[in-house]
Design a protein around this ligand. Sequence first.
Ligand code: NAD
Length: 467
Amino acid sequence: MSIPELKYTPIEEIPKIRDELRAGFASGKLRSIPYRKYLLTKLIYLIKDNLSRFEEAMAIDLGRPTLEARFLELVPTIGEVATQLKNIDKWTKPEKPPFSINFGPMRPVIRKEPKGTVLIIAPFNYPMWLTLGPLAGAIAAGNTVLVKPSESTKATSALMTELLEQHLDKDVVRMVNGAVPETTKILELQWDHILYTGNSRVAKIVATAAAKHLTPVTLELGGKSPVIVDPNVDLKLAAKRLMWGKVVNAGQTCVAPDYILVPKEFQDKFVQALKDVYEEFYPPEKPPSSPGAFARLIHQQAAARVAGLLEKTQGKIVFGGEVDIEKRYISPTVVRDVKGDDSLMSEEIFGPVLPVVPVDSIDDAIKFVNAREHPLALYVFSQDDKFKTKVFDNTQSGAACVNETVVHPGAEGLPFGGIGPSGYGYHTGKYSFDLFTHLRASLDNPSWIDWILSFRFPPYNEKKEAA
Ligand code: NAD
């Protein structure tokens, strides 16, 4: 079976689609937990039954090596839907607040209710995980959902559209495809929650549009995620995990290590370790330019942007630096002796280029990080607990990990979200369910309570005040 062609949704149909989703919500069919489970199960099978088509689609869109498509996208997406399915009974149960003598008799309860008709706007870099993952949370919570996948992943977005239309319920889930005009139309409409994942420029457009309707928004954004490396480290392992975090998906990962801070005197040794790993990852018989070895940038503009940053750098290229814009190819590249005002430090790189910034001390590294916007992730490589604690205690970031990169958004039970300019709100697992859930405070007061509480009713008088 081939990959379908991506067709943009006619703009005039968008309000009608939203109205149909609202009607789907009003129909009450999603009140049934078994029906939500049925849809989630179908979602799992529509992925499982089309694994090779998804692999093919992501190879077309991002040049994704098959293995990367599997462990970065297919396995985590199925896992995310399965988590919702496994926990839905528990998470949808009304919760009792802690007992209080004053209010306990009124039987207070927190009802877990859907927000209504919600919107998910997804980016290109993890086209399945960031689309179908949150979709699962929204369905589990009982919402009807409009999904707007990225127009840059034509093959994956077209395949998801075909399969969701075939296998899910059109009253519950709809896809709208398109670029800026289509998304602008979507954003004119009222939604009950918007989850936007992507860059901060567009996030401001989304938040402004949402504010007009007082719609709550969750923003999952990016930024420059720093790495601080201590010389007291398992050097080979650190170099491997860092290089992997940068080369996977050709650096187009929101939590990719963006730049590395190392003590000056350690830079030579560290850079040599990165070079050794590069040669191990890409032996002469399978260079990164060979098919299936290494992903490509999403489009030529993205490749040209990263190439532009590389062209202007004042740092020294240690290895890599090969650019073929037409083929959307930039080889894994390490640049050393990069300074704070370098082109490579001017924006999120979002490509396979890794600048190494030498600093005098750990305090300088912390100052360097704190002089910039709070990142989505911060990484520390060290075997010294005091070093780790010092960095964690003196910085802020969406997430902070030791001796590892990139994997934490997939870790079950951890919230995934930014802070400040890297976004607000959390998703994955229970956090996705919560994001699309309204906590409806409720109580049911028995009539006998008024034996005790009838003093509250007017007329107020001195006798009541004295009681
Ligand atoms: P993108 O270009 O695919 O855009 C994302 C979405 O925004 C698309 O659906 C697109 O149609 C829509 N869009 C684009 N311009 C718009 C406009 N003017 N008005 C309304 N909608 C518009 O992807 P991107 O934004 O380049 O994604 C990369 C960024 O996303 C990086 O900064 C990355 O760090 C971040 N990101 C964050 C996370 C996270 O979970 N925090 C995950 C992945 C990516």
